[in-house]
Design a protein around this ligand. Structure first.
Ligand code: ASP
Ligand code: MG
Length: 461
């Protein structure tokens, strides 16, 4: 048995939707499907919630775009009138519920995390109905399972919930048996679960991947396939490096590094549930279903070249905390990271010495982090500053810590471009080296490192 998860872009045009249906129907056994919202719908709902606050009139704008977008896709993709009418009837019921919740926001002028999460879940609920309609139109019976009703229990973080895997597995067994025995294709809504009391919680943007991984674990399947409309894991960002090539195999550790980078990546929590159960992930492309894609599995596959990918994050800032006594004072990093995490600010990486602690964070968090940490200025902390417009380059590959000369080659390639490496972290991870460079030099840096490790690709052109 397999779990198949499709990205929003795989279902957001009737052309792609039909490709997706073909892939589902070509499976021999009944696959378990995880469906996301259509592209743009989660954004529409996020925006709609904000606009609804105290403004009843704005609700109808959101609802008409919601209705129209889904109506158009259904109309293009479903040929049989009866199936089409039934689909529209079913999505109308869901849209009405979302509408009522938005009016709630308008009247109460209050947006709670719980209500937001509940409203956002309608993107997936509606998409599931359309996918089910298109499958039926093609002669294939399916059954929708909404994931707030199956014991997919999470913590109480409504925006970035984490599933309690053990509780889930315990709660889930009965449901699993009954669904699989029905001999129809089960379609699970991605992106959300529920608290033990049954309130909807979401997994954060792109969270459908995590749903798929959790279900793969729950069902104990042999494979998880994550389908995209394009290539995902590549040796570099193809918009930046012309000769970037697809990565055939990654270990769970390499993938766990790379999920933080790249446009078609995975939700960062996707790796953990399947890695524990040693279920391989195949990341595939609906535009080339026969292509192997990228396999992510337990075994470290060490290429002669060692390096598999040169990836970048362009949206980072660096907070620098200086003080001559920093190395002497225990507990400082913990203190800072507690202060930031209390505000939901995530630290991407830290690099420290005896006199400086550097925290790498996302640009959007820079000002607030600076404000929070500045309060600690005093005896030990002499100065805090932050640098914007930096870029983090991650060079990833199993075996890089044990192979002599890799770090030197990276630094050499960068220095040939006459670029200064602002900071580096080598040896922190077994599979990744990070360097930080000025953002406006990023393109040259990534190309130079890629050329250093993938010269054969260059020579072919
Ligand atoms: N619909 C959600 C989002 O856009 C979850 C997902 O696509 O996986 O973030
Ligand atoms: Mg997505």
């Amino acid at each position: 048995m397999k779990v198949l998860k499709f990205d929003g872009e795989c279902i957001s045009s009737s052309e792609n939707l039909l490709k997706t249906v073909k892939i589902i129907m070509s499976e021999k056994d009944f696959p378990i499907i995880v469906v996301p919202a259509f592209d743009g719908i989660t954004d529409l709902l996020i925006d709609g919630i904000e606009k609804a606050r105290g403004k009843e009139v704005n609700v109808s704008d959101t609802i008409s775009v919601l209705t129209e977008t889904h109506y158009n896709i259904a109309q293009e993709a479903i040929k049989n009138d009866k199936v089409f009418n039934k689909t529209i009837q079913d999505i109308t019921v869901q849209i009405k519920k979302a509408e009522r919740l938005l009016y709630g926001v308008a009247y109460t002028e209050e947006i709670t995390d719980a209500v937001s999460a509940y409203i956002l879940s309608y993107g997936e609920r509606i998409a599931a109905i359309i996918l089910s309609g298109v499958l039926e139109d093609n002669g294939c019976q399916s059954k929708i399972i909404e994931t707030d009703k199956i014991g997919l229990v999470t913590d109480e973080n409504f925006e970035n919930a984490i599933v309690n895997l053990e509780d889930f597995k315990r709660n889930f067994n009965f449901t699993a048996h009954s669904i699989v025995n029905e001999k129809v294709i089960p379609i699970f809504t991605g992106f959300f679960g529920s608290t033990p009391e049954g309130k909807v919680t979401t997994f954060g943007r792109g969270g459908g991947d995590y749903t798929a991984s959790v279900l793969a674990y729950g069902f104990g399947v042999s494979e998880l396939e994550i389908w995209k409309a394009g290539t995902a894991f590549m040796s570099a960002d193809p918009d930046m490096v012309k000769n970037a090539k697809i990565i055939e195999k990654l270990s769970y550790f390499e993938a766990a590094e790379l999920v933080y980078f790249g446009k078609r990546s995975l939700h960062p929590l996707t790796i953990e549930p399947v890695a524990g159960a040693e279920i391989p992930i195949f990341v595939k492309n609906i535009l080339c279903p026969e292509c192997a894609g990228t396999q992510i599995a337990k075994d470290a596959y060490i290429e002669e070249n060692i390096i598999k990918s040169v990836s970048q994050n362009e949206n980072i800032s660096m907070i620098r905390i200086h003080g001559t006594g920093i190395g002497y004072k225990p507990g400082l990093i913990r203190k800072f990271s507690n202060a930031l995490s209390a505000e939901n600010i995530n630290i991407f990486a830290t690099v420290s010495s005896q006199t400086t602690i550097n925290l790498i964070i996302e640009n959007k968090d820079a000002e607030l982090s600076y404000e929070i940490l500045n309060k600690y200025k005093g005896k030990i902390i002499e100065k805090i500053d932050f640098v914007r417009s930096m870029a983090l380059v991650a060079v990833v590959g199993e075996g890089l810590v044990r192979k002599r000369g890799i770090f030197a080659r990276i630094l050499g390639a960068v220095s040939e471009e006459k670029v200064n490496v602002e900071m580096a972290s080598a040896g922190a991870s077994e599979v990744a080296i990070y360097i930080i460079v000025p953002k406006d030099e990023l393109n040259d840096v990534v190309n130079a490192i890629h050329e250093e490790f993938f010269p054969e690709v260059k020579d072919k052109n």
